[in-house]
Design a protein around this ligand. Sequence first.
Ligand code: AP5
Ligand code: MG
Length: 217
Amino acid sequence: MRIVLLGAPGAGKGTQCKRIVDRYSLQHLSSGDILREQRAAGTELGKKAQSYMDSGGLVPDEIIVEMMIEAIKKTPEAGFILDGFPRTVNQAIELDKLLNDSEQDIDVIINLLVDSRIIEERMTGRRSCPKCGAVYHVKNLKPKITGVCDKDGTKLIQRPDDKPEVVANRLKTYHVQTESLVDYYKNRRTVYDFDANKSADEVSGLIFEKLDALVEA
Ligand code: AP5
Ligand code: MG
């Protein structure tokens, strides 16, 4: 199964992806996580991406497309779920080219819809594990021990781009550069919308119901 997950910053893409990959044994490919890994490792790619990420803008398409194509090529047969890529129509076109070349296609497109008043609270309260990428929230999805990852005991961090002024820019970037991608896909394929204002468990319940039905069909 090859899935694309769409949604604004803070909609819960990372949170839902972790649950989906556990249930369907897919590879989670988050462009944001890969960029953060590259930055932590001090690579050329990480250095190039830094200023765009810190300001809340998009990293240029040519850098992202090359990085994601490389990651997709390495995924196992069982399939993948893309989180944060594509983010522009141009990136979607490049993804289609890659899949067409290997006679593959996107099987499911999931779009998480969330109200803007909820997004800010989600992003400012988010805490992440720098080692395994697990995502928590200080109120909504607490770890068992405050500030510590349940999975590997690593100290949780707040993402630098979750500062209020950067959050505002990321939302602006989403509206200007990414929202039109949803229409692009809706004109070409079936896009499944989910109300992501609900709790994380309710949202995953709805997604699993849909994916189970599609797998059976
Ligand atoms: P990226 O890391 O992809 O950030 P994003 O799209 O802004 O999305 P987030 O990771 O902030 O949110 P999310 O939807 O994953 O929400 P989460 O599950 O964490 O990208 C970062 C940067 O990299 C970009 O700004 C850009 O510069 C660059 N970049 C990445 N991809 C690119 C591309 N393709 N092209 C160009 N540039 C690119 O949840 C948020 C919080 O809410 C958490 O605390 C969570 O616990 C909580 N939560 C989640 N769901 C619920 C729920 N249902 N109820 C209550 N709380 C919830
Ligand atoms: Mg994320």
